[in-house]
Design a protein around this ligand. Sequence first.
Ligand SMILES: Cc1cc2nc3c(=O)[nH]c(=O)nc-3n(C[C@H](O)[C@H](O)[C@H](O)COP(=O)(O)OP(=O)(O)OC[C@H]3O[C@@H](n4cnc5c(N)ncnc54)[C@H](O)[C@@H]3O)c2cc1C
Length: 387
Amino acid sequence: MDFTISEEMTEFRGIVRTFVENELIPWEDHVEEHDGLPEDVERELRIKAVKLGLAGLGMPEEVGGAGFGTLDQVLIVEETSRALGGVSSGTIPGASNILLACTPEQRERFLYPCIRGEKQDCFALTEPDTGSDAAGIKTHAELVDGRWRLNGRKRFISHGDSADFAIVFAVTHPDQEDDRITAFLVEKGTPGFSVGQVHKTMGHRGYRQAELVFDDCMIDSANVLGEPGQGFVLARDWLRNGRIMTAARCLGPMARLIDEALEWSKQRVQFGQPIADFQAIQFMLADCATDLYASRMMTYNVAWDDDQGQDPKMVSAKASATKVFASEALGRVVDRVLQIFGGTGYMNEMFVERAYRNARIERIWEGTSEIQRVILARSLLKRGMFA
Ligand SMILES: Cc1cc2nc3c(=O)[nH]c(=O)nc-3n(C[C@H](O)[C@H](O)[C@H](O)COP(=O)(O)OP(=O)(O)OC[C@H]3O[C@@H](n4cnc5c(N)ncnc54)[C@H](O)[C@@H]3O)c2cc1C
């Protein structure tokens, strides 16, 4: 494998690091306090991010994206995730890669505006009764006079309250064993579509989760995404890439936490010497570096495999291993760094306190650690260990 980073990418990474440090991180206090950015600031930052070339990182250039391969996306996500998710998620425009299944007409209405940062989507799969068992969703739609009548409830949908449209998964072919689920593009304001409870969460201020309610919501056939019955296939593709990007999102906070822990331990004096002189602190720093290094290598490696077009089943197994390792490593790193900061680390104004709360979700969303282990074990038993 070859992780050589091109000169252009090294330069671009530097530009992104500066953008994150100068434009995003200064807004973290505001987002923690007010659970979001002022609308005008969010809009301005989004425009800057688009100008910088951060829009639609993984989307092909012909649809207006950055056209990056998986490894290049990982390198940039590692940088942008140094800022708290509540600041970066609303300001760096993205579009679910599932939107590449849009028809030309749908691309104009949904895909291109998302990539330009003018519209935001949300991905609505999870329901009150089905989380890990995503194929068991109950939301359903029937064809009535050429239109789809949608009924059901989704929950924990990120940006569900602010998104311009939702990508909604519903059972349309209940009698079939496979190909039972269809994806729909449901716009805000469609009669019968409403936002229910918006949750208060443990972390990620400014990154809200909402319940979406569909009550005899009538959807035009023109708003079916992909082929009827193929929705779950589309969702699965999205989830594989999502696992790699979740691992990448764990790298940024780990790196920033280690930087902060090094600085703090060198300047914090106890018993007449910097705490960095104590072996107990040094060992925690060493363990943090080991966790970051291993997570980084795994993430780069699976991204590189994906770019090489390796067997998607093997990439999927590796992506599960990587997501488990990186998300759990982040949990260990943030816990040690909080210990290194002592009582100061427990204060809300500190990055480590915020990162501690934010880190917990990485082991849950995009498939819990247990589900990743299930996927990995199944693959091992069927195909053996991956190279
Ligand atoms: C902050 C946040 C944002 C989210 N954003 C979105 C979003 O934008 N769109 C979306 O569709 N969803 C979203 N989700 C939902 C998320 O993907 C689910 O929470 C996650 O998949 C787990 O489902 P669950 O919470 O229902 O837990 P459950 O599935 O009820 O699991 C509970 C426990 O049982 C374990 N478990 C379940 N099945 C098995 C098994 N077979 N073997 C072993 N253990 C098992 C789980 O690992 C877990 O420990 C979000 C969730 C959160 C908290």
